[in-house]
Ligand binder design. Structure first.
Ligand code: SAH
Length: 347
């Protein structure tokens, strides 16, 4: 049997391990708190566990932690971008953004991505592998430990498609919100997806009141298919049916992401079509001016086009915000830092 990754286990699973090791079950709580609340990275630091138990655990259940390769700090808005190394040598990136309401961390869910959206940098090299729940958690943990400030919001909007790594995503969320962990409210977690209907339905049935953001990027199937290969598999109707189910079941307001690409999806007709598409939904639309990716020909929409697009939605009484561009001086946009690191290291 493969050794379980101890930092990805639920408390009840650690209780079983302690039982096997002839330990009282309160040791499980102690170990869990060291990993998920006190955020230590080595058994040696778990000072209330007996020495013999620590060495036994070290031998049987190696404890891994992300290693910070580079850290960039934005002079403009305090955004911090982390490039982390995993135990197999892969690299991922995470971003910490400072807002008035607290610190928000954007995490990756996979090494690379296989969804193939044509405007996205994270998918250029395909998917290397899924992240373990512990590797998703550790992005939050290492950032909280490094800054010494509490992380209050977590968004799964970095590299990867979270619903393509479903089981780890669920473990990640359940451990993150657990009382003996960081105890982050599920309401302060957002998961962003390109839209995979059966996973949206399963996620609705987990009973987690997490905000779900759907990457729309087009008001109709024809255009969406040109931008997102997943749209060739599932129609907007299918995705929207399950998305509505999600929002009804969890009581969370639907959120849509729409990245504006000059001359592709940012025209007035697109805005009107989008407004009609969203009529009657009490939703929130996040407009993201495209972060141009070197390998692609797309350009960012003009600020005036973004504003006009927003005005049309507002006229139709749709709640809309333009995503502030954070950390533009430190390649903070999805996948940029990781890609430039891979370029330089010749991979
Ligand atoms: N796989 C998830 C998370 C992706 S990243 C998803 O598809 O939602 C979060 C958001 O950023 C998505 O809406 C994604 O489509 C968008 N995005 C990706 N690359 C971008 C770029 N170069 N410019 C603007 N938005 C981008």
């Amino acid at each position: 049997m493969e050794t379980p990754d101890i930092k990805s286990l639920y408390m009840n699973e650690i209780v079983l391990i302690m039982k096997e090791l002839d330990q009282p079950s309160f040791r499980a709580k102690q170990l869990y708190e060291w990993m998920h609340s006190k955020l230590v990275t080595s058994y040696d630091d778990m000072t209330n566990l007996p020495m013999e138990l620590r060495s036994l655990l070290k031998e049987r259940y190696p404890l891994t932690a992300l290693e910070t390769i580079t850290l960039r700090h934005s002079e403009i808005d305090g955004t911090e971008k982390y490039l982390f190394g995993l135990s197999d040598g892969s690299v991922i990136e995470s971003v910490m953004m400072k807002y008035k309401h607290g610190n928000s961390v954007c995490i990756s869910s996979q090494v690379g991505c296989r969804m193939g959206c044509t405007f996205c940098a994270s998918t250029l090299g395909g998917k290397e592998r899924d992240l373990l729940a512990s590797e998703m958690l550790d992005q939050v943990y290492r950032i909280q430990a490094a800054t010494g400030e509490r992380v209050s919001n977590v968004v799964v909007m970095g590299t990867g498609e979270p619903f393509d790594n479903y089981d780890s995503l669920i473990r990640f969320i359940r451990i993150l919100i657990s009382r003996d962990g960081l105890n982050i409210s599920a309401r302060n977690i957002t998961v962003s997806t390109c839209g995979i209907p059966d996973r949206i339905r399963a996620f609705a049935d987990e009973g987690l009141p997490v905000t779900l953001a759907l990457s729309l990027h087009a008001p109709n199937d024809e255009l969406r298919k040109k931008l997102m290969p997943i749209a060739r598999r599932y129609s907007l109707d299918e995705v929207m049916d399950t998305f509505r189910y999600y929002c009804t079941k969890t009581g969370r307001r639907p959120t849509f992401e729409y990245s504006l690409i000059e001359g592709v999806n940012d025209g007035l007709t697109h805005a009107r079509e989008l407004a009609a598409f969203l009529t009657g939904l009490n939703c929130h639309v996040n407009l993201i001016p495209l972060n141009p990716v070197r390998e692609r020909n797309y350009r960012k929409s003009e600020a005036s086009a973004v504003q006009k697009f927003k005005n049309i939605l507002e006229k139709n009484r749709i709640n809309v915000t333009i995503r502030r561009e954070m950390g533009s001086d430190i390649e903070a946009a999805c996948g940029q830092l990781r890609n430039s690191f891979l370029d330089k290291s010749g991979e």
